[in-house]
Design a protein around this ligand. Sequence first.
Ligand SMILES: Cc1cc2nc3c(=O)[nH]c(=O)nc-3n(C[C@H](O)[C@H](O)[C@H](O)COP(=O)(O)OP(=O)(O)OC[C@H]3O[C@@H](n4cnc5c(N)ncnc54)[C@H](O)[C@@H]3O)c2cc1C
Length: 72
Amino acid sequence: MKTYDVIMIGSGHNALIAAAYLTRSGRSVLVLEKNDRPGGFLRTEELTLPGYKHDVYAAAHPLLLTGPAYEI
Ligand SMILES: Cc1cc2nc3c(=O)[nH]c(=O)nc-3n(C[C@H](O)[C@H](O)[C@H](O)COP(=O)(O)OP(=O)(O)OC[C@H]3O[C@@H](n4cnc5c(N)ncnc54)[C@H](O)[C@@H]3O)c2cc1C
């Protein structure tokens, strides 16, 4: 059975950022998500026409988008 240093329950952006930092520091990380795709309340989908992408839930994350974690 495969083992991991860290197991994250849920794949919202906070978990994904933490997983990225942990992976970069050499830890093995498993992220488990109950939904059909990762991202939590940050999701973009083509809800209307092909090629037109919409924020489904959260609309603005200025501190995330301008912070260093977003570059990971
Ligand atoms: C309608 C709405 C609009 C918002 N707009 C903004 C905004 O404009 N700007 C802003 O800064 N914030 C906004 N927020 C708040 C922001 O979306 C949340 O603070 C942020 O998503 C929290 O991120 P998170 O990574 O902690 O967890 P979440 O994004 O909540 O993700 C948690 C994940 O864990 C999964 N999960 C839960 N339990 C389990 C389990 N037992 N097993 C497996 N998976 C599990 C869930 O399916 C989900 O994918 C909004 C929230 C809502 C609801």
